[in-house]
Design a protein around this ligand. Structure first.
Ligand code: SF4
Length: 460
């Protein structure tokens, strides 16, 4: 079988198209004229739904094999064709007469995505829709391909999973949203590509537990644009990094395997930015909180990330006044802040959430003590933040323009996520455009924000 798809063994090629879109289906049609008519029906429906038919395994996002099961030789040929499509592409839906002998197909090729019998156009289409997003049709679709977005056109949140396998004692998310359910890698990547096509420049990767991505899918392997990838944090970060957009990672827990992603930051593939919600530094409080990776030596982790990627920005959030937190344990948290020298930090005074296990813990901290600890915490961090921003004065860097106002442009550096981090003000630069990348030199800073002037980028 040549790598040309929609080639029937008994007939000449009947349909070929080579168009680069996000949803391309390869098709192998085997068997008799009745099977050929089934192939025509499936192809017609695929085209009606906006899919492109691809002429090669490499350019296809998945392959449909319409099989024949008439005689032993035809069965063998069908099984070989399925094997070839799996080897060359990896994502295969099987239909046709041989589909009636599912066990035989699965014994040889357990990794096929779906098997249907003959004359099963609806079932095949349903399987294609499940594994490959339906392309946008500008003549019939009322919404743009990227969907309705509430964020500005130049950045977007990309949710990679839903739910959480942890049971932090202050949190009720798992009881509302259930355990971790990761989206298939190719599904996430298709969405990322659609967002890029729509003009998005920065992807903000979010979930309840980004570093756990793929655990529920047992890191299942998949083919993506000719690469064999696993459904796991590092492989997703690698694939997203290849899109050439700003990719920012949020809600990453300090598991050891996060160390594998930091080199991608050092290489400039994804932004050198990690949002790691540590929540506390004292090990007893972390255990009471039932935090993931509570036993990790977080200071050591931060040091090793900085060794791999000296420019990394570390953002975190903390809770003060958790039930039972003593003055000494709070001091330990302040000590951790001083030593960790994180760039961006948010802090909340503990407040009980209805239904959370932590409500049962003894030693509730009085409200005025919580507020006093919150204030002390923020003062320490404000000093660290101001000092770290001073160190950036004189440095040249790329920023992304979020807004243009009367006084100039408001942008963000690689170290700043929208809404939660600082901003970069470029006075008088009203000629800049929202969503534009600009080279600047930082000239001034306060506790949280920077001021900069545009500069020519260095010739390559
Ligand atoms: S706080 Fe804990 S339980 Fe809640 S979503 Fe985050 S990791 Fe999961």
């Amino acid at each position: 079988m040549p790598a040309n798809v929609l080639v029937c063994q008994n007939h000449p090629p009947v349909y070929k198209e080579n168009t680069m879109t996000n949803s391309r289906v390869g098709f192998i049609s085997l068997g008799c004229p009745k099977a050929l008519v089934d192939s025509e029906n499936i192809l017609t429906r695929l085209r009606q739904d906006g899919y492109q038919i691809s002429p090669s395994y490499q350019e296809s996002d998945l392959v449909v094999v319409n099989t024949c099961g008439f005689i032993d030789a035809a069965v063998e040929e069908s099984l070989d064709s399925i094997g070839e499509a799996l080897a060359e592409n990896g994502r295969v839906i099987v239909t046709g007469c041989l589909g009636a002998r599912q066990d035989e197909i699965l014994a040889r090729h357990p990794q096929v995505l779906k098997i249907t019998g003959a004359h099963a156009t609806d079932e095949v289409l349903e399987a294609v829709h499940k594994h490959l997003p339906q392309p946008h049709n500008p003549f019939t679709d009322l919404v743009p391909p990227q969907g309705i977005k509430l964020t500005p056109a130049h950045y977007a949140y990309l949710k990679i999973s839903e739910g959480c396998n942890h049971r932090c004692s202050f949190c009720i998310i798992p009881s509302m949203r259930g355990d971790l359910v990761s989206r298939p890698l190719e599904d996430v990547m298709h969405e990322a590509e659609r967002l890029q096509t729509s003009g998005v420049k920065e992807l903000l990767v979010v979930s309840q537990d980004t570093s756990a991505y793929g655990v529920d899918l047992k890191y299942q392997a998949t083919n993506w644009r000719g690469q064999r990838l696993q459904t796991r944090f590092k492989d997703l970060a690698t694939a997203l990094g290849e899109l050439g957009m700003w990719v920012r990672m949020h809600y990453v827990y300090p598991y050891p395997h996060v160390d594998d992603v930091v080199p991608l930051m050092a290489e400039g593939k994804i932004l050198p930015y990690l949002d790691v919600p540590f929540q506390h530094a004292n090990s007893r409080i972390l255990k009471l909180m039932k935090r993931p990776a509570a036993s990790e030596n977080n200071l050591q982790r931060i040091r090793s990330w900085r060794e791999i990627c000296p420019d990394i920005t570390i953002r975190s959030t903390f809770i003060v006044g958790f039930p039972g937190e003593t003055e000494q344990e709070f001091d330990e948290l302040l000590q951790f802040l001083e030593e960790a020298q994180m760039d961006r930090v948010g802090c909340f005074a503990y407040s009980p959430v209805k239904g959370a296990q932590a409500n049962e813990l003894p030693g509730s901290v009085p409200e005025e003590v919580k507020q006093e600890r919150l204030q002390r915490f923020m003062e320490v961090q404000a000093g660290i933040s101001a000092q770290r921003l001073q160190q950036r004065i004189g440095i040249r860097s790329t920023v992304l323009v979020d807004e243009v106002v009367e006084q100039g442009a408001v942008a963000r550096s690689m170290a700043d996520a929208p809404e939660i981090d600082g901003q970069v003000f470029i006075d008088n630069a009203t000629y800049l455009k929202v969503g534009e990348f600009v080279e600047v030199e930082f000239e001034d800073a306060d506790e949280y924000d920077l001021w900069a002037r545009p500069v020519q980028s260095d010739p390559k």
